[in-house]
Design a protein. Structure first.
Length: 231
């Protein structure tokens, strides 16, 4: 089973699958991330409480895998500009256990261009492995596109979450007209990644310009992190 979500169908040029999630156990509850009880699978993704007013995506269902080959294929397809050899080495050395991804949308009815928020996580062998994986994911988010495109990139602070990373990717209508390719549409996207023990989690909030914000992304990620850690 190959992991696939139609993020490219949104034409937002955001690789939401860059951090897909685990089907095995993840620590949660209490402040001791190493000894806390594991979460059930259904609780390892964003909920309506974490992302108020969001709804489960009716088209793109939750998907998981424990197969390294499937994970690497999906990660390569949806990353910004990956070096496949380096990517494979990073996640193999980190000790891949499993992965999965989920999608939610905003609005009365679902459409490919509706604002979406994606949650995902990858379980590795150790905290060091998770940090290496997060480093790779963040670096990829800050890369230029594989082809000519209008996407601008910048970092932003996520002070509420220890050692979290934030990357803003966006393209205005003017930028797309001037620099973009035929597959692009204007968008705003806010990616946040963080670790809880040996697990890498990500939140990716995206939509047409002006429909999503950095503040909203940070609030969602903070609520997600607090629930995962029992803070």
């Amino acid at each position: 089973m190959r992991l696939r979500l139609r993020w490219r169908g949104l034409r937002l040029t955001l690789p939401v699958l860059v951090a897909v999630s685990v089907v095995t156990l993840v620590a949660c509850g209490g402040n001791d991330e190493e000894t806390a009880a594991p979460l059930p699978v259904a609780q390892r993704f964003l909920t309506a409480e974490d992302a108020p007013d969001s709804k489960p995506d009716p088209a793109e269902k939750r998907q998981t895998t424990v197969k390294f080959g499937e994970f690497i294929t999906a990660l390569g397809d949806f990353s910004i500009n990956p070096d496949k050899e380096e990517m494979t080495a990073v996640f193999k050395e980190a000790g891949f256990h499993g992965a999965g991804v989920d999608a939610r949308f905003y609005g009365e009815t679902h459409a490919p261009t509706s604002p979406h928020v994606f949650s995902s996580f990858i379980e590795l062998d150790s905290e060091d492995g998770a940090t290496s994986a997060l480093d790779w994911l963040e670096t990829d988010q800050k890369k230029a596109c594989r082809m000519s495109c209008a996407v601008q990139r910048s970092e932003f602070d996520v002070s509420d979450i220890p050692q979290a990373r934030g990357v803003h990717r966006s393209a205005t209508a003017e930028d797309v007209e001037r620099l973009g390719n035929e597959h692009e549409q204007p968008f705003d996207g806010y990616w946040i990644g963080f670790n809880v023990g040996p697990i890498v989690y990500t939140v990716n909030l995206q939509g047409p310009p002006g429909s999503v914000s950095e503040e909203q992304a940070v609030e969602i990620a903070s609520a997600y992190h607090d629930r995962l850690t029992g803070s």
